[in-house]
Write a protein that binds this ligand. Structure first.
Ligand code: GDP
Length: 289
């Protein structure tokens, strides 16, 4: 599932997107609303250049709605239109073609002024693995098209999918790599499920997650796992481990001698967090940029 990105893969992924850019009017940059920074490709501006762009914050159902608004205001200030959607249920997905038309209205009007019949807007979805590209393609298509899962370098025949009358979408998305050289980014990606446990250890990911939650979402963590009071120092690793142990005890993750099975507790914490059971959680705000 997860890709090991080597320089050759990146070069090939980039080249594939640049080939597809020649065919399209609009790039749809898909980000994870919970981690808009970590889910963004570090070279996206260089790759997309001045191609008209719509930023789609996906998995908005799992993210803090207020922070999502802040991100959208921030992207607007950067000169990019954006929209927040939930591709798994389709919420707001219908607005994507409407926004695409708004972004390209000058071009469309020029065509009309020249007496041309404007053709459907051609679009390409780009984003890192697991951000929801295939899910969104299937939603926009209204049927099952894209295979979930990614393999850069594997190309199949490309086709246009009709999205209503006014938009067409390439059926294979552009796969971009994340900013994984930064360890914090790696943990945030792992915490949200974008990269799998074979790369980072499950207890390390859960430790990172609990630390972030203690700092930013203590109330949600305490409510979900019935915890008493927050650690006095969230930067003290021992205190974070104690919170993990308490969660483990509450969930009956015990091994002989009454010790807590931290690996099992870690799995529970991550599963429930990713499924949205702790509520809507965003890990990155625009002021972190
Ligand atoms: P891709 O690798 O970018 O094509 O990502 P997928 O489309 O395979 O999606 C990765 C995972 O995220 C799948 O388990 C999807 O069900 C899930 N997913 C995609 N979009 C959303 C969304 O908007 N909300 C939620 N909650 N889950 C989503």
């Amino acid at each position: 599932m997860s890709i090991q990105w080597f320089p050759g893969h990146m070069t090939r992924a980039r080249r594939q997107i640049q080939e597809k850019l020649k065919l399209i009017d609009l790039a749809i940059e898909l980000l994870d609303a919970r981690i808009p920074l970590s889910s963004r490709n570090p070279m996206v501006d260089e790759i997309l250049l001045d191609k008209p762009r719509l930023i789609v914050l996906n998995k908005a159902d799992l993210a803090d709605a207020k922070t999502t608004e802040q991100w959208m205001a921030d992207f607007k200030a950067e000169g990019h239109a954006s929209i927040a959607v939930d591709s798994s249920t389709g919420t707001k997905v219908n607005e994507i073609p409407v926004m695409a038309k708004q972004i390209l209205h000058e071009k469309i009007e020029r065509q009309i002024a020249k007496g041309m019949n404007p053709r459907a807007i051609r679009a390409l979805i780009v984003g890192i693995p697991n951000v929801g590209k295939s899910t969104l393609i299937n939603r926009l298509a209204g049927r099952s098209i894209a295979e979930t899962g990614d393999r850069p370098g594997v190309t199949k025949g490309q086709q246009w999918i009709k999205v209503g009358k006014e938009m067409e979408l390439l059926d294979t998305p552009g796969i971009l790599w994340p900013k994984f050289e930064d360890q914090l980014v790696g943990y945030r990606l792992a915490m949200t499920g974008a990269i799998r446990e074979q790369i980072l250890n499950v207890e390390d990911i859960a430790f990172f997650a609990v630390k972030e939650l203690v700092k930013r979402y203590w109330a949600a963590l305490a409510e979900r796992f019935d915890l008493d009071k927050p650690p006095s120092d969230p930067d003290d690793s021992d205190e974070i481990v104690r919170v993990m142990e308490e969660i483990g005890r509450k969930r009956g993750c015990l091994v002989s001698g009454g010790r807590v099975d931290l690996e099992k507790a870690s799995g529970i914490i991550l599963r429930e967090l990713r499924a949205g059971k702790l509520g809507r959680i965003t890990l990155e705000t625009p002021d972190m940029m």
